[in-house]
Design a protein around this ligand. Structure first.
Ligand code: FES
Length: 174
């Protein structure tokens, strides 16, 4: 005997699943999704929005921390070996009024240009007129996020920064 579903009989809804219960997705659609994801990652990196870096290591900064004046950033140089690679560069070091140390990555978060501390008590990146406060937050301009930081530690008069093995120097501001 044939059973015909009545008006109150629930029919299974189509879910797009194949008869075996696995989801079906065309190869073309899968490639389109992968392609757009890769493009997004590349675009984010080009904009400086993706702070992806190699694992870091501790290197010594060339500074006497006893001479730091609160909220007066100073450029410090660092050099050392991280993950078998020699890294050298600079960072902006700030003794905050609460006493803690903050170290800023010297590369602007917009397009990785070098920036400077100004007599208007702000960091200025002249590549595209990006400005940051002493705490690294954005005042104005195109930077998409605050200045990136390096971990910093101070022991026995030594300052050490945790920098990525693939650290690259900032682009010069034209
Ligand atoms: S690199 Fe564009 S504002 Fe700094």
């Amino acid at each position: 005997m044939n059973e015909t579903p009545g008006p109150h009989t629930a029919r299974p809804r189509s879910t797009g699943a194949t008869p075996t219960g696995t989801l079906s997705i065309s190869r073309r659609r899968a490639l389109a999704v992968i392609g757009s994801t890769v493009a997004s990652i590349v675009l984010l990196d080009a904009c400086g929005s993706a702070a992806v870096s190699a694992p870091g290591g501790w290197v010594r900064a060339d500074v006497d921390p006893s001479g730091l004046i609160p909220d007066q950033p100073v450029p410090v140089r660092f050099a050392g070996t991280v993950g078998g690679a020699t890294v050298a560069g600079s960072a902006w070091l700030v003794r905050r009024s609460a006493g803690d140390l903050v170290a800023f990555d010297p590369r602007c978060t917009h397009a990785r240009c070098a920036y400077d501390w100004t007599d208007q008590a702000s960091f200025a990146c002249l590549c595209h007129k990006g400005f940051f406060r002493v705490d690294g937050s954005v005042i104005s301009g195109p930077p998409p996020r605050p200045l990136d930081r390096f971990n910093v530690r101070e022991t026995d008069g030594r300052v050490e920064l945790q920098v990525p093995a693939d650290f690259s120097t900032p682009r010069p501001a034209d």
